[in-house]
Design a binder for this molecule. Structure first.
Ligand code: ADP
Ligand code: MG
Length: 729
């Protein structure tokens, strides 16, 4: 029987760098060419239809049926010109990936011919047979009705000759079954209240919207080596593997020269991204060997979320053409860094402001500080929910593992902002707002130093860091759908701004001047939310203790983190904002818990299978050789020499036996623990059973197997080793 590891290694020997053909030497020539964007719409739509679509995008105004027919036919004309034959509603079901069901444009005629057809009805709504998407009990399988509805705010695009129409996915009774619906609702909620609040500062503000710039980390691994590892194929991570003698300790990969094969892959990824209007701008090596990152220019959050989902799809498909596999898992390899997806988040306005940019004058700084104080307060009040928004079995392995921010949410604002906030605490509104027009400190609104922009992005250990003109939510996992942290962030901010407005208005009614009222509430928020601010090393043990003293949560694993989704406080907030109902939240809780359970269950099964059916037989085979050899020695050596020289060998035989027996015992115990857990009906209890009674076997089993890897003949070892996986040819 062939050893798949060597078959795979042989395949990697003649890997060639694939030549990348650029469609043109100017990116602008093909940028957005596969997107039904504004420019294309203008070309294909009547003036009337174009105006209607723009209003739908900007103001959320409903599109009339007559117009949707026009739009559909324009989309079809454009798409068929570009070679598309099919169309699909493209959505983000709660499975975590994206879903499509392709329909051809053709419609048969009675005379045996067919015409191309795509009408408004098919554009705005579809009813996929969606019975096997997770719904958390919202939609029972016997009434498998869910429908997708067009989201005109995200442009349609073409992938693989298919016109993809971004849609939401809801049940027949209107409950969301996807990630996009709550995201869109949160954006709406934030705009409604945000505009009201920001008008207090600037009458010209007519819209407030969140912006998102994500940074996507991932690993590349050779496709052949990947295929030779059942754990990678089935779980996206390695469950075994002794660390390589050299991995990231020299930090020579980070920002190093990019491997030629990887570079060709990235170039093609960028071409495909640019055609789809994804503004990818940055690419570089990350800390671990074969780990990379790419990041676009930030966009309006809904579009950025769609673009991230699309990018993850492209990563996968483009990698195949380069004989790579992309690992999106948060922790594919033990002992080297895992992958995250930093979410850079800010708030923008229709008149071109970034609300998180410190201003140039007193007025602008006043607004900036008020917005900042609301964010601090919102994060402080909802830190546990934010933690829940990034919870997954994969991310559990990163958070708190001394490489990624911990499971404790805190906010880093940097020295300068801290100074400003501290000085505000000591000022009365009169002092702060005094008309002396200076922006210079003592009298007048505290100055925010100009060096700020260069100087803030220094604390890499903070899960939520202010980086000059945006917040960077760093604890998000690489495989996550960014809609999750985004809809939570938008919602807690919307709720906070509601409170802010109420509290300011109350003071005004009591006779305070508007600016004084705003200042007083802002100052109070700064003081009340102080506990969420932490400037030190978030990876340290001291912070864990300090955070506990401050009453901040530290939910290390998904089962305990998720409960924040269904707390009364959360339910109240989301229902008041019309973002999610109790039913929807409970459904989501159930889906997430179930997903956690299944992921752990699969990992445990793979571990058991590989250990028992691949590792132990290999260990026994090698041990037999040693036994044979030892017996042979006994025949040829005199007994004194034999006793002296065979000691080490016999010791190795013993060690192997001990590992074999330990692996077998631990796997049996783990299987028994799984059986017990599987019988539990309550999903929460089952989640905790997996977390407490099953996961605990992973490390010890792994330890024995990884020790065996060092003992056993390299030629027999069946799994590609870390040194082979981590360094690209
Ligand atoms: P890094 O964090 O790697 O030092 P940058 O801080 O330059 O890199 O930017 C990281 C990401 O932040 C980019 O995707 C960028 O587009 C995004 N970003 C910059 N400004 C904003 C903003 N106002 N809102 C959201 N994202 C932003
Ligand atoms: Mg960053």
């Amino acid at each position: 029987m062939a050893n798949f590891r060597f078959v795979a290694l042989e395949q990697t020997i003649d890997r060639q760098v694939k030549k990348v053909e650029y469609p043109s030497n100017k990116i602008s020539d093909y940028y957005g060419s596969m997107v039904f964007n504004q420019a294309t719409m203008k070309e294909y739509l009547t003036k009337e239809a174009f105006t209607v679509v723009m209003e739908a995008i900007e103001k959320g105004i409903r599109i009339d049926r007559k117009i949707t027919d026009q739009i559909a036919s324009a989309m079809k004309a454009w798409a068929t010109n570009k070679g598309a034959t099919h169309y699909t509603h493209w959505f983000h079901p709660l499975t975590g990936s994206t879903a499509e069901k392709h329909d051809a444009f053709i419609n048969p005629n009675s005379n045996g011919t067919a015409i191309e057809e795509f009408q408004g009805g098919a554009l705005i709504q579809q009813e996929p047979d969606a019975s096997s998407f997770p719904s958390g009990g919202i939609r029972s399988t016997f009434e498998a009705r869910g429908y997708t509805a067009w989201d005109p705010t995200s442009p349609a695009f073409i992938i693989d000759e298919t016109l993809c129409i971004p849609t939401i996915f809801v049940s027949y009774t209107g409950e969301s079954l996807d990630y996009k619906t709550p995201l869109l609702r949160s954006i709406k909620a934030l705009d409604e209240i945000g505009t009201k609040v920001l008008k207090m500062f600037d009458k010209n503000i007519g819209k407030v919207y969140p912006t998102l710039g994500w940074e996507q980390e991932y690993f590349l691994v050779d496709n052949a080596l990947y295929s030779a590892r059942a754990d990678l194929v089935l779980t996206g991570k390695t469950v075994f593997g002794h660390s390589s003698a050299k991995d990231q300790q020299l930090s020579d990969h980070y920002f190093g020269t990019i491997n030629r094969r990887a570079l060709a892959f990235m170039q093609e990824l960028e071409i495909e991204s640019h055609k789809l209007g994804i503004p990818i701008k940055t690419r570089h090596n990350e800390v671990a060997p074969s780990q990379f990152e790419c990041a676009p220019v930030y966009e309006e959050a809904n579009i950025a979320v769609d673009h991230n989902q699309l990018l993850m799809h492209l990563l996968d498909t483009v990698a195949k053409r380069h004989d790579f596999k992309v690992l999106m898992h948060e922790k594919p390899y033990a002992g080297v860094n895992g992958s995250g997806k930093h979410n850079n988040w800010s708030l923008a306005t229709d008149n071109g402001l970034n609300l998180l940019s410190p201003g140039k004058n007193k007025k602008e700084n006043f607004r900036f500080i008020a917005v900042l104080a609301n964010i601090l307060k919102a994060v402080h009040e909802n830190e546990e929910l934010l933690r829940a928004s990034i919870a997954s079995a994969g991310n559990d392995l990163r958070l708190g593992a001394n490489e990624a921010p911990p499971a404790i949410i805190s906010v880093f604002v940097g020295e300068q902002i801290t100074g400003t906030l501290d000085s505000i605490e000591k000022l009365s509104s009169k002092e702060a707002l005094s008309s002396s027009n200076g922006n210079s400190g003592s009298l007048g609104f505290p100055k925010i130093p100009e060096i700020l922009l260069d100087n803030t992005d220094r604390n890499r250990t903070s899960p939520f860091a202010f980086t000059g003109n945006k917040f960077e939510f760093r604890a998000v996992g690489s495989a996550a759908n960014t809609a999750k942290p985004m809809f939570v962030l938008n919602s807690i901010m919307a709720q906070q701004l509601h409170k802010f407005k109420v509290e300011v208005d109350e003071l005004i009614v009591k006779g305070q001047k508007k600016d004084d009222a705003i200042f007083d509430v802002t100052k109070r928020y700064i003081i009340e939310s102080k506990n969420i601010r932490f400037e030190g090393n978030s990876y340290s043990e001291e912070w864990v203790k300090e955070a506990a003293k401050r009453g901040l949560s530290n939910n290390k694993a998904t089962p305990e983190a998720l409960k924040a989704f269904i707390s009364d406080k959360t339910v109240k907030m989301f229902s008041e904002l019309d973002v999610m109902s109790r039913k929807e939240l409970e459904a989501r809780y159930e889906i997430k818990m179930e997903k956690y359970i299944k992921k752990i269950q699969i990992e445990a099964r793979v571990m058991g299978d590989v250990a028992i059916n691949h590792i132990l037989p290999t260990a026994i085979k090698y041990q037999n050789r040693l036994v044979e050899n030892t017996m042979g020695l006994k025949n040829v050596l005199d007994s004194k020499t034999y006793i002296k020289l065979s000691r080490n060998q016999i010791n190795t035989i013993k060690q192997i036996s001990e590992h074999i027996s330990a692996v077998k015992e631990l796997v049996d115990e783990m299987v028994a623990a799984r059986k017990v857990a599987n019988k539990i009906e309550d999903i929460t209890q089952q989640g905790f059973a997996y977390r407490n009674e099953v996961v605990k076997y992973f490390e010890p089993i792994r330890k024995h197997v990884d020790d065996l890897e060092l003992l056993i003949d390299n030629e027999l070892w069946p799994l590609p080793k870390y040194r082979e996986l981590l360094f690209l040819k």
